[in-house]
Design a protein around this ligand. Structure first.
Ligand SMILES: C[S@@+](CC[C@H](N)C(=O)[O-])C[C@H]1O[C@@H](n2cnc3c(N)ncnc32)[C@H](O)[C@@H]1O
Length: 207
């Protein structure tokens, strides 16, 4: 399925292609391109003007959002200084540094201090903290805005019928993601749909 969906994608820009290869070389887990394409569509449908991203890594997903929403402002947060430095280099080469604000630090510490509301928030940082990130993101999202969370199916393991098939080192995290998925699907302030594309995207509309 993944290979088929990827075959249908239009070629990425040369810079995104270079960055994809850079992430692969350095084993940086960037968003899968077919999932990025789906979010690009949502950003265009939504007319997003102000976006927030938790988990920049090398800036691959951020560059997708900048291409899809060329007039939008993006605040993106990365914990690892060396990754943030690489992302800055790509933002400069893409000439988006005027509209991308890259903050270095723990998203859980930084998000509560951000000013104003966002049209779209993309959560792609430490999975163990997804619930905290979501609650903080919800505070910063306008009514009618979207919160999109990546990796909510984690290689399909979240939907495993037999937990014995899950490697013991992953079990705790899988339990956390399952609890997170229940939490967002039942959240009274949101309408959520989980889309099995890429590593699983949860799309939550703040009502
Ligand atoms: C899956 S990668 C992000 C990939 C990126 N969104 C992309 O698709 O190109 C997750 C990133 O979140 C960062 N991270 C982990 N915990 C974080 C935190 N508490 N605050 C901010 N960033 C964090 C990691 O250093 C890592 O670079």
């Amino acid at each position: 399925m993944e290979t088929y969906l990827q075959q249908l994608l239009q070629p990425r820009s040369p810079l995104l292609t270079e960055l994809e290869q850079h992430c692969e070389r350095d084993r940086i887990p960037n968003i899968q391109p077919e999932a990025a394409q789906f979010i690009r569509l949502l950003l265009q449908m939504h007319g997003a003007q102000r976006m927030l991203e938790l988990g920049t890594a090398y800036g691959y997903s951020a560059l997708h959002w900048c291409e899809a929403a060329p007039a939008a402002q993006l605040v993106t947060i990365e914990l690892a200084a060396e990754r943030a430095a690489i992302a800055r280099g790509y933002f400069a080469r893409a000439r988006v540094e005027q509209r991308v604000q890259l903050l270095e630090g723990d998203a859980g510490q930084l998000v509560p201090h951000l000013e104003g509301e966002f049209d779209v928030v993309f959560i792609d940082a430490a999975k163990g903290q997804y619930r905290l990130f979501f609650e903080q993101a919800l505070e910063k999202t306008r009514s009618g805005g979207l919160i999109i969370t990546d990796n909510v199916l984690f290689r399909g393991l979240v939907a495993a019928e037999d937990d014995q098939l899950i490697e013991p080192r992953h079990r705790k995290m899988i339990e956390k993601i399952r609890a997170f998925n229940r939490f967002i699907c039942e959240h009274p302030q949101c309408t959520t749909s989980i889309v099995p594309i890429g590593d699983g995207l949860a799309v939550s509309l703040k009502i």
